[in-house]
Design a protein around this ligand. Sequence first.
Ligand code: ADP
Ligand code: MG
Length: 263
Amino acid sequence: MSTPTLNRPASGTVVRLEGVHKRFGALEVLRGVDLSVAAGTVTVVLGASGSGKSTLLRTINHLEKVDAGVVEVNGELIGYKRAGNHLRELHEREVLRQRSNIGFVFQHFNLFPHLTVLENVVEAPVSAQRRKRSEVEAEARALLERVGLADKSGEYPRRLSGGQQQRVAIARALALKPSLVLFDEPTSALDPELVGEVLDVIRDLAASGTTMVVVTHEIGFAREVADRVLFMHEGVVLEEGTPTEVFDHPRHERTRSFLAKVL
Ligand code: ADP
Ligand code: MG
């Protein structure tokens, strides 16, 4: 009998948000967001600065608690459990378990500066998932090979270019064998000549069926790789569709004027 791979469903809905609201003090940053991400697909999120894109990603792995609405990953409520007809907050260790199933790649890489490249990739599976270091190390080397950094495993982050650091961050996210990877403007902090090498890695992940939500202003990349494109405006998903629908036939004036600025 084959072993079921629990954290990699071949089909179905990986992420589901329904009526998500989030406020910071008087500022309502998410004002009723619905989202559905199918397994093996790439969703690109666009929108002006301050429209709520990062907050949206952060609610998916419970880095932000929502004020109202539901967040589910693989059918499991994130951050809460159902108790009768109300929700009870999950214990921190349960939240960490849920989070370790969701990779997150940040704009500023956020590598551990005091750890080598290999140690950065090995860290979370060993400490958060309690996996055997020798086994994780072999996988980490394979991941570094995959992102083109096999020869850098013993280096410290500060000795790498931004593009290389971001590729390490991607390998680190993948080391947890997540069922979903979230990218928050992964190339925005990079010099223009380093953007391509990072997008190439993300493109390769897309081709291998990794479920991803990517906040990016790289329209060419989005056009080529995205299955769905979402345009956020002031805390709501104003427009959603295929790349052709959103880029070639935007329905809203706001989408048109945003695209005119970034294209
Ligand atoms: P985007 O990623 O689209 O630029 P964000 O989700 O980062 O937008 O932010 C949306 C709004 O929420 C911004 O006005 C931002 O200043 C505000 N915001 C984000 N995080 C916080 C926070 N922790 N406390 C207060 N305001 C925040
Ligand atoms: Mg942001």
